[in-house]
Structures are given as structure tokens and as C-alpha cells.
Design a binder for this molecule. Sequence first.
Ligand code: AMP
Length: 444
Amino acid sequence: MAEAQFRTPKGTHDILPDDHTYMTYLKKAVRHRCRQAGFKRIETPIFEKKDIFERTIGEHTDIVEKELFLVKSHHNKNDDDDDFALRPEFTASICRSYIEHGMQQLPQPVELYAIGPCFRHDRPQKGRYRQFNQFSLEVIGLSDPSLDAQLIHMLNKIFEDVRIRDRLTMQINNVGTAENREEYTSALKDFFIGKERNLPELDRKRLKTNPLRLLDSKEEDTQILLKSAPTLDQFIGEESKEYHNILLEFLDELGAEYVQNPNLVRGLDYYNQTVFEYWDIETKGKNAVGGGGRYDPLMEMLGGQPTPGLGFAGGMERIIWQMKQAGVQAPNKDHVDVFVAQLGPDAKKMCLALISELRDKGVHTLGALGEASLKSQMRLADKFKARYSLILGQMEVKEGVIILRDMEAGKQKKIPFDKAVPEIIKLLGPDKLDTYTLRDHMGE
Ligand code: AMP
């Protein structure tokens, strides 16, 4: 391969056609399950005021502190208020949209989903990119454990659809209310008085800014100290406990498997009550394929009315990685049914109309419209793995016929030119035609 002068920026990648089949398959599974459950699709801008992320995700989280991609314009260099950031996730943007468009007037809960790229200026490594794709499901306006259970059940279905559910565990916890967590973090801080020296540097900093993050610290020293520290569940109020127990009962009723994980806190400030993540059975919390939870405080953080909310975000690259590990073949509809070869100006003209008619009838058709010899056109047909070829040379034009070649069998015959389309349709079988039309989808 020639040395390319330009490459994708660090932490980004091209999604080449072979990978796109996985992306399409996964998006279809998401859309299908969302439609069944009455979720509506929403799209928000790729960039927003960075305030939106700072206020909700939290100033002392990795996402905001280290990973925001800032977008500065030349026009407002001195005006910090107008600094924008590429979205690191969807939830904050969707809640901004809920408030901006008065969606509290709609029947509640409002159920929305989004699919698209997100951006985090992280140190790139396996499963961790600077541009990656998420699908995000949000249930806004009501709080009830049955909604949490339903969302989790729906996600289980999506993971079953793409055949990776058995590679994952669903970790779940209840992190209580903001007050519960405040009491707990002050107890944690008290516990660590005099012990800070034993903490690794990063965790010493976290103890000051976001002590809950210590719970899922990967540092062994921290985990050893935590063994004798107060635990979050000692501070969770009765109401939250009851909420959690009812949720677990509903999950049992739905046959949804879960692992109760008292250390699961999720890194974002807006969560309360239920939090959950889908982990790889082997690598556990590293490279989780998705996570979510309840974010009842979020709307108020954005200046809206108190409005409960619940959501989940799945990392599409990580899910696709899992699908490949599981040996899942994404269906590929890019096969070529017919390759049309031609020679001479009259043939070219006739072939343009023929190609168009075949495509309209739902036949995947490629044509060699250059000036190459018929022999090299046939080599192309082989390379494209075309099922049939239609060959129109000067002689055939004169005789009003066309050559139909079965590429696999290596057999060919002459047929009348105007029988080419019906003959191909007969050979392929009417149910193999790709006859998607917009009208089908408009219910006409
Ligand atoms: P989070 O809300 O941060 O847990 O993100 C939700 C999901 O998005 C994660 O579980 C990952 O699957 C995916 N994700 C987050 N950050 C990245 C990244 N930098 N690269 C690839 N996927 C990511």
C-alpha cells in the first residue's frame, strides 16, 4: 500500500463498507426495538454550549475536565460564554431540547432515541476513541421502577438481537438521592483524614473533587483502603431501597438477569437512584458496552422544571467488536445481481436505459460504461462477483438481441433484447428483488 500523505486524526477511524454492514445491522436492531416501544427519534446538534455539559455531567468528571472537544470560533475569541463543545454524549442535549421545545406539554413519559457520533478527547486505546458512535434511549417525565425495568428489558432484547447478550453481564446499583450521596461523601472524606498519604496521587485529587469516583478506582491501594471505609449502601434512604427492590422484582418477572454491584456509581453528576452498565464477562468494567440510569436532577441543572428522567447510552464500536468476537455475520445486501457490458456507441445508449430499468425493478445492477474491451469488462464482472452478465456488442444491437451469461455456470445464450429484464427477474426470483420504494413507507 502506498504511504498516505493524510490519515484520519488520532482516535478517529473511517467506517469502511465491510464494517458499515455491522453498523447498519445494529442501527436496525435499535430502531426496530424503539419503534415497537413507541420511542421517537430525535437529532440534536453535534455541538452545544459547553455549559450544558459542564452543568450536567459535572465539572469534576473526566468527561468535562479532560475530554471535552472545545469549538472556538474566530468571532468571539474573548467571549467565554459562547464557547461550544462537541457533544460527548446525548442525554444533556436531549434534555436541553425537551425544555426548549416545551415537551412537558406532551403526554408523559416522552420517549426519545438518538443515534450518532459523540466526541471525547481521551487518550486513544483499544475501545476508546475520540470520535465514536452512540445510541441513546431516554424516558423523560415519569419516575417508576417499572419504567427502569422496561428500559433494561428492551436493551436486553437489542443485545439478544445482535447476539451478544450472553457475552455480557448487566451490573446494577442504586446510588440514592443527592442528599444520600452528600452524606456519604462527607463520611468518606472523614474516613480518609490522615490516610490521604496512602492514596495514589490521582485518587487523592478525586477525594477532593469527586470522592464517589474512588469506589470504581482501578488502583489496588485505594481498593484495599476502601475495604474498611463506610459503604454507600449504608447511606441510601429507605425510599431508594424500596424503589430498588421493586425494580429487581420487575426484572425477575421479566426474566432479566442482573448482578447487584454496590460499587457501581457511574462517573456523571446527573445520576441518582438506578444506575446500570453492561460489562463484558471477561474484561468487566473496562470497555463497558453501555451504561445508563436515572437522572432526575438533570432538568433542574439546565434551568427546567423538576422532571424525572431515565436513559441509556450504548457504544456502537464496542458492541460491533463484541459481535465480531461472537462470530456474528452482519447481513450484507451489497451483492451484484447483474453486470451489464457493452461495446459501441449505440450499445452504450441502449444499456443506460436497460440498467435504469433493471435497477427500478429491484435488480442490483452495475454497468461498465467505459471504453474497455468486452473481455476486460467480463473480468470486472467476475471481480464484482456478479450473478449474471448481460452483454451487448455491435452485432447484438443489429440483431436486436443480448447475451445473457450465467457467471457461475459459465453458460450463455442469446435472448431478444426486450426480454432481458423479465428473464433476469424470472431467474432471480421475484422475492429476491430489492424493491424498496418510498411509497411503501408512506402507507399508500
Ligand atoms: P458513558 O456514558 O460514558 O458510560 O458512555 C456510554 C458508552 O459509550 C460506554 O459504555 C461505551 O460503550 C461508549 N463510549 C464512551 N466513551 C467512549 C470512547 N471514548 N470510545 C468508544 N466508546 C465509548
